[in-house]
Design a protein around this ligand. Sequence first.
Ligand code: NDP
Ligand code: GDR
Length: 333
Amino acid sequence: MTKNALITGITGQDGSYLADLLLEKGYKVYGLRRRTSVPILENIEHIQNEIEFIEGDLLDLSSLIRAVQVSNPDEVYNLGAQSFVATSWDQPILTGQATALSVTNMLEAVRIVKPEARFYQASSSEMFGKVVETPQKETTPFYPRSPYGVAKVYGHWMTVNYRESYDMFACSGILFNHESPRRGIEFVTRKITNAVARIKLGLQQELRLGNLDALRDWGYAKDYVECMWLMLQQDTADDYVIATGETHSVREFCEIAFGYVGLDYQDYVVTDPKFFRAAEVDLLLGDPSKSINKLGWNPQKTTFKELVQLMVDKDLERVARNTNSNQSNVLGK
Ligand code: NDP
Ligand code: GDR
């Protein structure tokens, strides 16, 4: 029988890859989408006719109740959030509403309308923040370092609490950074690969970045959404760390990305205090043992180097295409 899935955050990086995966698996996919002045479709353009969109906002409980009623989901993937850490200092209250309280809104909508639906919450390695042990695993205590991290801790514990209070099948996936060509342009990986493409094609002269020494455990988003699905296929609900078990610096990311197109990052990268954070997360390194053993997941499907290179390739292709079409427009072709 066809399963129904409801995805919040479907226009984002993870939502779009998860929708691809669930459609491939034969699910009927419903996506919660906000009303915007112009449609945000970049990541889901290729599948927009296969998704049933439901207009709603995570801050508006009544729209979420309606979304659960309309979609009658077997599985709910709660991926929507204000997800950019830097913005969370500029908009801490909005972040609290969209990243923390929104989780309770979604859990309540499911509890009221369809409590037997399986629920996935997009938790984050940012909850470990100023890490108290390395590598970080499911039992590592949290020490968030940003309003975003604090909001995610709240969402995580509400998910655990609904599991324990109402016996709901609610899982929290503690995902470490994962990237792709569909990553928002302000995140450091995409900012670098987009700049590499533009510099290589003569459209940009320098790249201004913040802390080059920050260390992250970076994986490939397309590999990571598979874990979200796997968590909801288990006999019991649980929480899992999803990571590669390797850590690399922003500097190393630059080295590989620029090196791939024959350039030396030191000739182009300039540090700018504007991009340093009020409180930094210096080191993230996840221990994916539980997801390997219990979910049968392979954390090294795409290596770090392959990830950087595939992102650079896509940005080169995209920047070249946009430049050509702009030139055609100017020439009236
Ligand atoms: P994105 O920023 O790419 O996508 C966020 C999505 O949330 C967008 O679809 C956005 O919609 C939607 N959204 C934001 N606010 C609201 C709202 N008030 N109501 C409804 N929808 C809203 O994030 P990612 O895909 O990278 O991440 C998915 C989730 O996983 C997020 O919760 C993120 O915090 C979390 N996470 C991400 C990690 C990563 O490395 N990518 C790691 C760990 C956790 P719109 O397009 O309209 O703005
Ligand atoms: P992060 O991702 O904060 O880890 O959150 P981001 O790519 O924004 O930053 C990673 C590291 O790079 C450093 N950095 C810069 N970051 C940005 N954005 N821009 C810069 O110019 C720059 N220079 C250096 C940052 O200081 C940081 O240390 C991501 C998001 O997807 C969250 O939603 C998710 O929960 C976590 O990953 C896990």
